[in-house]
Design a protein around this ligand. Structure first.
Ligand SMILES: NC(=O)c1ccc[n+]([C@@H]2O[C@H](COP(=O)([O-])OP(=O)(O)OC[C@H]3O[C@@H](n4cnc5c(N)ncnc54)[C@H](OP(=O)(O)O)[C@@H]3O)[C@@H](O)[C@H]2O)c1
Length: 252
């Protein structure tokens, strides 16, 4: 019996993580802002025999993060899925700095605080798993969003080296384009993204959980994105930025 805490469980990748983990027998702590959607998911998963705790929280706020840290300590979780995230839809320089501060809190500070809390409960028992959701954007120079994702890729790699000998595996998932509410929420029209670049939440979640079980530090599901991210890490940054720029249109 394993207990997993999933942030951003109300839609997209987080929803698929929650359903997939429940289907394989895990109990869950579900975190997001939308309490009605959390309750509906909890009801669905309890009907399948799972124990489910709901923690409504805005992870861009100090108070919200503190509540989830408390839940990590109280429930002594076995698996942390740091998935909640969003993007502003404008590039740094054209954004409001208050929005950037809030994004930094959500994308960097919240996962860091939750990883620290997870280590508190996992290190004494010498077992646990941490799955962080980054993006292939981590491998491209593309504003603060890709900088946040590069931060979590780098820290996850180190976490896996540092804590795997203590029985704690850290894997960072780097998805390409996935059909979720992400682009709609950021006010971006992704219709110019070629069909072959889209993946499903199932492909990403199954790939990530497989790589987590193997103890891999970085998970890039699908062959096409494995090739793209390998090229992106060795090609000149200017060329990578120019290609990445064609990926989507910003609606303002
Ligand atoms: N979709 C893509 O193409 C793509 C590609 C690469 C990486 N990603 C990454 O995948 C992760 C999941 O995104 P998604 O594509 O599944 O998008 P999504 O469908 O928009 O889901 C985002 C989830 O995060 C939660 N969330 C957003 N802001 C929050 C906040 N301040 N506090 C707590 N929860 C918050 C949302 O729930 P509430 O609104 O209920 O709070 C929702 O459950 C993100 O980290 C994103 O950067 C997505």
């Amino acid at each position: 019996m394993s207990l997993a805490l999933v942030t951003g469980a109300t839609s997209g990748l987080g929803l698929t993580f929650a359903r997939t983990l429940a289907a394989r027998g895990d109990d869950l702590v579900l975190v997001a802002r939308d309490e009605a959607r959390l309750d509906a998911l909890a009801t669905e998963l309890r009907a399948r025999g799972r124990t489910v705790h709901v923690v409504p929280a805005d992870l861009s706020t100090r108070d919200g993060v503190a509540r989830v840290v408390d839940a990590v300590h109280e429930h002594r979780i076995d698996l942390l899925v740091n998935n909640a995230g969003s993007s502003i839809g404008k590039f740094f320089g054209d954004t409001d700095i208050a929005d950037e501060d809030s994004q930094l809190d959500l994308m960097v500070k919240a996962p860091m605080d939750l990883m620290a809390a997870a280590l508190d409960v996992m290190r004494p028992r010498r077992s646990g798993r941490i799955l962080n959701v980054a993006s292939v954007a981590a491998f491209t120079p593309r504003g603060t969003y890709s900088a946040h994702k590069a931060w979590i890729v780098n820290l996850s790699r180190w976490m896996n080296i540092q804590f795997a000998p203590e029985g704690i595996v850290t894997t960072v998932l780097c998805p390409g384009f996935v059909r979720t509410e992400f682009h709609q929420r950021m006010g971006v029209d992704p219709s110019d993204v070629p069909g072959w670049m889209w993946t499903t939440t199932d492909q990403q979640v199954r790939g990530a959980l497989r790589d987590l079980e193997k103890g891999k530090a970085v998970s890039v599901p699908t062959v096409r994105y494995k090739v793209l991210t390998t090229v992106a890490q060795y090609a000149p940054a200017g060329i990578v930025a120019a290609v990445a720029k064609r990926g989507r249109k910003v609606a303002e």
